[in-house]
Design a binder for this molecule. Structure first.
Ligand code: KG4
Ligand code: ZN
Length: 338
């Protein structure tokens, strides 16, 4: 089994992505971002599926060329079954089914959320792999989950958001400050220049390991409105401090729940994934937690944290080894049982 080549396709949201894996190593990883959505301040599903339709063939072609392999060498095709936008998922799954049929090779369906977590098992120089069991914190524009991972196919969600995802909390706060979409990276940038204790925002009271971020957005909105009444230039004069304080609050919300999860499970290996794990404050806080609490933390290579097909490919490889294949009647699922 040492010569497994998986072509992986990801199209769950607004990125069209394809990757080729040779066993657990990535040999090509191509992503076409859809910048069209930025002018609308969020992903427009109808536009996303149309862009996938345009991008999918060139992206897959580029992934195969970069990998420098013939499609006849492929062992299987893996694709994202869900969760995601239905119109977007359908483009990837239809293409995957057709190609698997044409090449007479197995078809593998992958859960996007499993992939964000198992991306840590891509063989990459300088990056350690976690050992089972570990805790995974998946944070992006669409997800906020704490997952207990006992094996490749044995995971349990132990906490998740009850409303907005953490990326949305960043983006919506940024919007209130007049920053362009997606504002998360800009909040991060300005936060590095500001005082995280300048302003205090109340943290939500959510029982157990679940999260809530919609209250924070409202609190920020009222805070800005009130201060702008007194000083119309409030945002301009305090931008860095406001961003630092918002980011500090979001990190505290995440860390409070992680600490509780560690306490409840006794597991001290923490792996993070999703676009928000690019955040410098979150990275620094997790590094500090290694010394402070004795945790071992895992942060994957940046290109495997945001939506990508390499993470679909590593799950595809594991499923290939376990012969977990689908027939062509497999359907896309906007919501999917974990
Ligand atoms: O994983 P991702 O690329 O796409 C999905 O949502 O699935 O995550 C995008 C999210 C956006 O909300 C974006 O603002 C946020 O990740 N993000 C950040 C940073 N970089 C990306 N949020 C805070 N700090 C960052 N440095
Ligand atoms: Zn994602």
């Amino acid at each position: 089994n040492s010569e497994v080549f998986i072509l992986a396709i990801e199209s769950s949201c607004d990125d069209t992505a394809a990757a080729v894996l040779h066993n657990n190593k990535v040999v090509s990883n191509i992503v076409a971002n859809q910048l069209i959505h930025n002018q609308y301040g969020g992903v427009v599903p109808e536009l996303a599926s149309r862009a996938h339709q345009q991008n999918i063939v060139p992206v897959i072609d580029a992934a195969l060329r970069k990998a420098n392999i013939q499609k006849e060498q492929l062992s299987a095709i893996a694709f994202t079954q869900g969760p995601g936008l239905m119109g977007s998922l359908l483009v990837g799954s239809s293409f995957a089914k057709s190609l698997a049929l044409a090449l007479q090779i197995p078809l593998i369906a992958v859960n996007h959320m499993h992939a964000h977590i198992l991306a840590h098992f891509i063989d990459e120089e300088g990056f350690d792999k976690p050992e089972f069991p570990f805790l995974a914190l998946t944070i992006s524009g669409g997800h906020t989950q704490i997952v207990r991972v006992d094996g490749f196919f044995n995971m349990t969600i132990i906490g998740e958001t009850t409303d907005d995802a953490v990326g949305e909390a960043f983006d919506k706060s940024a919007k209130i400050l007049g920053l362009p979409y997606p504002g998360g990276p800009l909040v991060d940038k300005y936060a590095q220049l500001g005082n995280p204790k300048a302003f205090a925002f109340t943290k939500p009271k959510v029982p157990g390991l679940d999260f809530s971020f919609s209250g924070l957005k409202t609190a920020i909105l009222y805070f800005i409105k009130k201060n702008k009444l007194e000083n119309p230039n409030f945002i301009e004069e305090n931008r860095d401090d406001i961003c630092a304080s918002i980011q500090h609050t979001i990190i505290e919300i995440l860390m409070d729940k992680l600490k509780l999860a560690v306490k409840e499970t006794g597991i001290t290996q923490i792996a993070i994934g999703g676009g928000v794990s690019a955040n410098s404050g979150i990275r620094n806080t997790l590094k500090e937690a290694e010394k402070k609490y004795g945790w071992t933390t895992f942060i994957p290579k940046f290109e495997y944290t945001t939506d990508n097909a390499a993470m679909i490919g590593i799950v595809g490889y594991q499923k290939y080894l376990h012969q977990q294949f689908e027939d062509s009647s497999v359907v896309s699922k906007a919501r999917i049982q974990f």
